[in-house]
Design a protein around this ligand. Sequence first.
Ligand SMILES: Cc1ncc(C[n+]2csc(CCOP(=O)(O)OP(=O)(O)O)c2C)c(N)n1
Length: 657
Amino acid sequence: MTDTAINDEGIQTMTFEPWRGFHDSALSPEWKKKISEMARKARAHILKMTTIAGSGHPGGSMSSLELYLVLYNMARLNPNAPNQTNRDRIIISHGHTSPGVYASLAAAGFFDITPCLHGFRQGGSPFEGHVEQSVPGVEWDTGNLGQGLSVGIGKAIYSRLSGLDFHTYVIMGDGEQQKGQIAEARRMAAKFQLTNLTAIIDYNRLQISGRIRDVMPQNMVDEWEADDWQVTEIDGHNLDNIYEALHRATNDTENLHMILARTTMGKGVVFMENKEKYHGSPVSQEMLPEALSQLGEDDRDIPTLLKLRAEGPPPMFERKPVPYPVVSPGEPITYGIDEKLDNRSAWGKALLSVADANMHRDDFVMAVFDCDLAGSVKTAEYAKKYPANFFQCGIAEHNTATCAGSFGAEQALSIWADFTIFNIAETYNQARLNDINHSNVKLFCTHAGVQVGEDGKTHQCIDYFGLLNSTFGWKVITPADPNQTDRIARYVLSTPGSFAVVMGRSKVPIITDEQGNPFFGNDYQYRYGRMDILRRGETLALVTAGNMSWVAVQAWNKLHEDGKNITLINVSDWSDLHPDDLQMLASYKHLVVLEDHNIKNGLGASLAMSLYEAGSRATLTRMGVTTYASSGKPDELFKLLGLDADSVTEKILQILG
Ligand SMILES: Cc1ncc(C[n+]2csc(CCOP(=O)(O)OP(=O)(O)O)c2C)c(N)n1
């Protein structure tokens, strides 16, 4: 029996069956019998789907199987309504065990197994090679090992802040424990006492290259205990043991628990057991009947399944996106022309204003994540005012990236502010996986570009756009001055999608219109994707962005004094160049692009492609960063790189002849 309640957003929350959620202290004999039978059949399904596909990972699927079956049958889930907001979250970190996950979800009633048996790893099928959210019951697409515990932390924080009070279970491989991100996550969970999170390790003692202790010696128990987790070792194929360990972990509100489940790779088929070969290779077609017979099953349905595969992939499941939270953008702040501040300070003020405008609402869930730089990235004031919604993650950017992504994929506002070199360049793969998982994470990235100056080349992030532009979802925005920063921050915080707002470190003057009023002031309406014409002129347009906008204004002034009337265009939104704006640019004879970014994959490179496609005949000159720069004051470095106002003026005069 289940009860359903509908909240204001039309989202269902549910009261689950009483036996779900590990309430009873032991597994009932009926459930034990049911799950044992499920396990026998599911092992056969794992073998069939991988042999038919000719690839996949049966070994770990068979060692993790009992863990999956107990979790998917006993956690607070409803197979008929898998997206209830208050469901428990089960995160599979070693995503290659997808055959075991899919077979278990089907056994627990989430869908019929047949399409998976013939459509596993087939182009266009929902049943991909590593666990994907295209399959009902899967919470997070994984495959890049080491990220699952961080995903779990994002969910556990959401459970706490939203009051939904669900439990999160993260299952990992033992070889996977070699990843450093797991250590980062372990410590964060302990610091924030996330006892609504349970970790489980499939300890089959094998990985691709052989025994885990030969590949990389590691003392897992000591490591987890040192980070304040209680470790319980169990037989990972014994249903009573698994249930009891999960019961204890779920109901303990004082301690964090890691369950180390001793298992056997390839469990259930004698010739597969303890063979690393079966980590990532299916049983051959010839050996399949023998393997199935050891499980009390046969291969009579294989011809039919092969025929179904030949007919094409099974259909995709319908999946509703998680609604984005309602976020009021608050009241814009306009900075006057006499004020000189940095964009990051304007961001910090906008953050506080948006938090103030929303935090009083019961349905509003928000978190800001920080990696030991709150003062510099201007989230410190917010942290002081809203400590429960601020998470100091330490110097642990990989964990933070994934955790912020996982939190943002819920109905919550997720913000991670850091130096650009750390929340973009350091963590590209995590950003990519967040994108694949449709997380609405907002990155506020400061100290970008050569403009960071004295810290030198290790800190000068000149590849932020090139990196994120290699994904399909991320949008990169570079505000020109504090006023535009304010408008952009409010837009980004109240709009679904993954955005990186990239800012420099230095103070910059307020950019004015030709009458001397703030250009991005009270009358300015920010429209995502549109360029701003700061000055109108003829023949040549100087196109600029972010850190270089003020340099470009200075160059314009010099040229103007010299009687040269050029157009000055500011591009804030690099990822989406509007066709009308491209046509407008194409109407100029000469274009000069000025950017504080690696010239190979920045704004100029992107514009060159788009303009060519738009049929532009304008000459295009790219002025950007052509080498790793040294330490120095921003002005010195721009001069050295030929990006200061004098160099830009000279270049434009040359072009104009
Ligand atoms: C970050 C990352 N590095 C490498 C791989 C390639 N890979 C896939 S599975 C695997 C071994 C995993 O071992 P374990 O966690 O013990 O899983 P099991 O062999 O028990 O299935 C490796 C190295 C990966 N998927 N992700």
